[in-house]
Design a protein around this ligand. Structure first.
Ligand SMILES: Nc1ncnc2c1ncn2[C@@H]1O[C@H](COP(=O)(O)OP(=O)(O)OP(=O)(O)O)[C@@H](O)[C@H]1O
Ligand SMILES: [Mg+2]
Length: 243
């Protein structure tokens, strides 16, 4: 078991439902995320992973059900404790450095503290040499690293990531995994969607498998990968195209 800091935030989903045009897109009766290490969410295309993540982050209000953070319904105050990174990095059309100092200014840091913290983050993400470059000129992997640094600059207790490495090569993927695992070790609770089973094995302490809008299996990574309980998980791990 990796040495992750004990997380205190408890995310609970209760009876979440989203339907469109008569089709049930999300139907999660109960999901509790409060483990000490990263939660990795797996599942085929259209399983409802992104919808679930957006509900947990409060970007979508479900048709029914609720999300609780430490036992209380999600509120604007809670949202400030969370950050989300999307599959396509969302950046300001400014320099790499300005992307970070903007977030740090919004947190109320003075210029000296902003400069120091931005330098720390850039070093951590391997982007120090690119500080003055336009964010628009970064490669896909660099842009995604900057998007993660921007999210980390808000000092979130919980960081949601939706397939942050799906368009990246192995080296860029490993660099991003290292960045996320470093944040996890420092106590940030990680909830991340991936299609990459290898990535889930490398990073996950806790695995959620989604299928058809619902949770097919949720449990410790060790058990999920060695002795999965559900037929869906066994098929998924065996590489079945349809689970
Ligand atoms: N705004 C919407 N209106 C109608 N249907 C939607 C909407 N958003 C999502 N869906 C549908 O909900 C289902 C779940 O979508 P979601 O994006 O959560 O899937 P996913 O598991 O993230 O898939 P992927 O692996 O392809 O990213 C899909 O069938 C999708 O078409
Ligand atoms: Mg998705």
């Amino acid at each position: 078991m990796r040495d992750f800091a004990r997380c205190h935030a408890r995310i609970e989903a209760r009876d979440l439902q989203i339907s469109r045009d008569g089709a049930v897109l999300l139907d999660v009766a109960r999901l509790d995320l409060d483990g000490p290490g990263p939660t990795l969410i797996l599942g085929p295309n259209g399983a409802g992973k992104s919808l679930l993540l957006r509900c947990l982050h409060g970007l979508i209000v479900p048709d029914a059900g609720r999300v609780l953070l430490d036992g209380a319904p999600l509120s604007a105050g809670h949202r400030a404790r969370q950050a989300m990174v999307f599959q396509k990095p969302v950046l300001l059309r400014r320099s790499v450095l300005a992307n970070l100092t903007y977030v740090l200014r919004r947190r109320g840091l003075g210029w000296r503290a902003r400069r120091d913290r931005a330098a720390e983050l850039l070093a951590e993400g391997g982007l120090a040499a690119k500080a003055r470059q336009s964010a628009a000129s970064l490669s896909g992997g660099e842009a995604q690293r900057l998007a993660i640094l921007r999210a980390l600059a808000t000092e979130p207790e919980i960081l949601f990531l939706d397939e942050p490495t799906s368009a990246l090569d192995p080296a860029a993927t490993l660099a991003i995994e290292a960045l996320i695992l470093a944040a996890a070790r420092q106590g940030t609770q990680i909830v991340m969607v991936t299609h990459d089973i290898g990535q889930a094995r490398r990073m996950g302490a806790d695995i959620v498998l989604m299928q058809g809008g619902g949770v097919a299996e949720h449990g410790p990574a060790e058990r999920f990968f060695t002795d999965p309980e559900s037929a869906a998980a066994r098929r998924y791990l065996a590489g079945a195209l349809v689970i």
